[in-house]
Design a protein around this ligand. Structure first.
Ligand code: URA
Length: 436
């Protein structure tokens, strides 16, 4: 078999066989197929697409390119949750302890942030001492003992995807639906949980700007998961404006801890409860969405979710006193008010622009090795639908560098749209995709 012939075949719109896909992934991972040939292949895929069968084969080949976690040592139905990435997305920090407090083992793999979207690992590292570099034994032991562990992706989990994703990133071939679906699902399948709930974001701050594309991506991932024997659902959620009010690592952790105390922003809690009810229903821990939401709300109200968060932080080496007293998190040295340019209703807050402003402050990663400042960020005082007076502070910028702070404040000001008419409320939960 020759890679040249496979490229030619895909270029002319033909289907690759299972053996051809496995050959390509295996030899690319071993370094026996050069990047230039694989780039030609991914570009051919962008033009010709992959069939459902080819997408499944690519996912399974990438899953099998490295280690698959064996979670059989964990008692009960193991759950994982994944977001396709958004601005202000601290959902996992609220959802995971709630699910664990309800007795469902949350065995989660997370990533770091890249570009304008943040990552759960960076947020967790705001707790001094916290580590996600857990051995497989510690990961399993923690989930059995306290029902929750969150680990970083190990080097040998789906290494083919790691290599291919880096290549796609520099060859303008990231935004192909089958390539995104197989990339995400190869890692989720290798992580070994039984229940997978996907949060597929759509809107200005998401990969999938259009709802119909988000639905197609969700359907593809759900069908891959189902064919691989997983209980899986996807929830399409709004990312047209940032989720919640806080954007930036420490600020988001503070908002998540407030949410665990029952003071969470409405949009964030809506997403948490929508994803959580899918997890509880797929894990047979609730018979209906109403029952699931009641259970989750009770767990926040009686303090058990917050208690679980503290146990989790401590179990992974972090200082749990920060869970109870969020004043301990380091603050940026400068606070800059962002005044409204006119009176009226906020009708948009461009999520991608807010994410870019956070990066400008040093709160996001330009490349995967960049250092980030955990204390900087933005707090949105006003969200879409709020009425504001001219000059009223619509947001606050937290910066450690005056010039960067001023630049970010200007960027935030232009991310807001204000009009005389009140915008129609938009739905947070756009659709739920599940196999039947
Ligand atoms: N996230 C991934 O893990 N892979 C993609 O291709 C896109 C987003």
């Amino acid at each position: 078999m020759r890679m040249y012939d496979l490229i030619e075949k895909k270029k002319t719109g033909k289907e690759l066989s299972t053996e051809e896909i496995r050959f390509m992934v295996l030899h690319y991972t071993k370094g026996e197929i050069p990047d230039y040939q694989m780039s030609a292949m991914t570009m051919a895929v962008c033009f010709q697409g992959l069939s459902e069968r080819e997408t499944l084969d690519l996912t399974l080949a990438m899953r099998d390119s490295g280690d698959c976690l064996d979670l059989s040592g964990i008692h009960g139905v193991k759950a994982d949750k994944h977001s396709t990435g958004g601005v202000g997305d601290k959902t996992s920090l609220v959802l995971a302890p709630i699910i664990a407090a309800l007795g469902i083992p949350m065995a989660k793999m997370s990533g770091r942030g890249l570009g304008h979207t943040g990552g759960t690992i960076d947020k967790l590292e705001c707790f001094p001492g916290f580590t996600t570099a857990l051995s497989e034994e510690t990961f399993i032991e923690n989930v059995n003992r306290i029902q929750i562990a969150i680990a970083g992706q190990t080097a040998n989990l789906a290494p083919a995807d790691k290599k291919l994703y880096a290549l796609r990133d520099v060859t303008a071939t990231v935004d192909q639906l089958s390539l995104i679906a197989s990339s995400i699902m190869s890692k989720k399948l290798a992580s070994g949980s039984d229940v997978i709930v996907l949060d597929v974001k759509t809107g200005s701050g998401a990969f999938m700007k259009k709802e119909e594309d988000a639905k197609k991506l969700a359907q593809t991932m759900v069908s891959i998961g189902t064919m691989a024997g997983k209980k899986i659902a996807a929830v399409i959620t709004d990312m047209d404006q940032p989720l919640g009010n806080a954007v930036g690592n420490s600020l988001e952790v503070v908002e998540a801890m407030e949410s665990l105390s029952g003071r969470g922003p409405k949009d964030l809690m809506e997403v948490v409860y929508a994803l959580g009810s899918k997890i509880l229903m797929l894990a047979d821990a609730a018979a209906s969405e109403t029952e699931a939401v009641e259970k989750m709300k009770a767990c926040v109200a009686n303090g058990s979710a917050k208690q679980k968060m503290a146990e989790f932080v401590e179990a992974q080496g972090g200082d749990a006193s920060y869970v109870w007293d969020t004043e301990l998190f380091p603050k940026a040295s400068r606070e800059i008010e962002v005044p409204a340019l006119q009176e009226g209703y906020v009708n948009q807050i461009q999520a991608e622009s807010v994410g870019a402003a956070c990066m400008m402050l040093g709160g996001g990663r330009e490349t995967k090795d960049s250092d980030i400042d955990l204390s900087v960020g933005i707090y949105l005082n006003k969200k879409v639908g709020s009425y504001v007076k001219k000059g009223e502070p619509i947001a606050m910028v937290y910066a450690n560098d005056s010039q960067k702070g001023e630049d970010a404040a200007a960027q935030i000001q232009s991310a807001y749209g204000i009009s005389a008419e009140k915008p129609a409320p938009s739905k947070m939960i756009k659709a739920v995709i599940q196999a039947f």
